[in-house]
Design a binder for this molecule. Sequence first.
Ligand SMILES: NC(=O)c1ccc[n+]([C@@H]2O[C@H](COP(=O)([O-])OP(=O)(O)OC[C@H]3O[C@@H](n4cnc5c(N)ncnc54)[C@H](O)[C@@H]3O)[C@@H](O)[C@H]2O)c1
Length: 213
Amino acid sequence: MVNRSISKQTLLRLPLYLNYMKQLGENTPEHISATTIAEALRLNHVVVRKDLAAVSSAGKPKVGYNTEALIAELEEFLGYNDVDDAIIVGAGKLGKALLTYGGFKDCGMNIVAAFDIDEEVCEEDYSGKRILTMDKLMDLCERMRVRIGIIAVPAENAQAICNLLIESGILAIWNFAPVHLDVPEGILVHNENLAASLALLSKQLKEKFDANT
Ligand SMILES: NC(=O)c1ccc[n+]([C@@H]2O[C@H](COP(=O)([O-])OP(=O)(O)OC[C@H]3O[C@@H](n4cnc5c(N)ncnc54)[C@H](O)[C@@H]3O)[C@@H](O)[C@H]2O)c1
């Protein structure tokens, strides 16, 4: 594997390449080129070639990459082989959807439980996962050495939950609440915002219409 720091944009595209190759199933070719992936995903082949070269040095001119080896290298690079435990705080509509999605395990994250302030939703098993009361959060995080915390509470409560997660040993926060979180140095925060993706889509759609008129 090539050990080089890569851009955020490249990092965001790598899972797309991986998903594409993994869904080929019995049609998986022995070798695959950056051009094939680019055409399938309607991306620029130069971009795909550069992205893959940042992760693997095994590509051969005119042959491409051994597909299985490339899948393995991408999975390793993206950390999919080291599954980290995670918890969710806020087991409302979003929290429950995240809790029940089985696909995160394939991406290196195992959600072990959710926590909620509302005792009515607690202590139930939700698709085999527990929703627990807040008083159990710190103990579970410390005992299981959970390092990822997902915030799915209303914006006004997110900072307090963030502080609690950090106090409980959480090092990386996936924040869905629409609010900026203040964290000490060394704590990672990724803000997820579907509205931002939608804004991008709307802008591209507008540009497409404008270009056609
Ligand atoms: N990033 C995105 O694209 C995106 C998409 C959807 C929702 N959201 C955000 O995610 C959050 C949750 O949305 P939702 O639709 O699931 O809301 P929801 O009202 O259905 O669920 C919120 C849950 O948080 C719990 N809660 C509130 N305060 C708490 C606290 N202090 N400690 C523990 N639990 C607490 C509530 O009891 C409730 O179960 C909101 O901030 C919303 O804006 C973000």
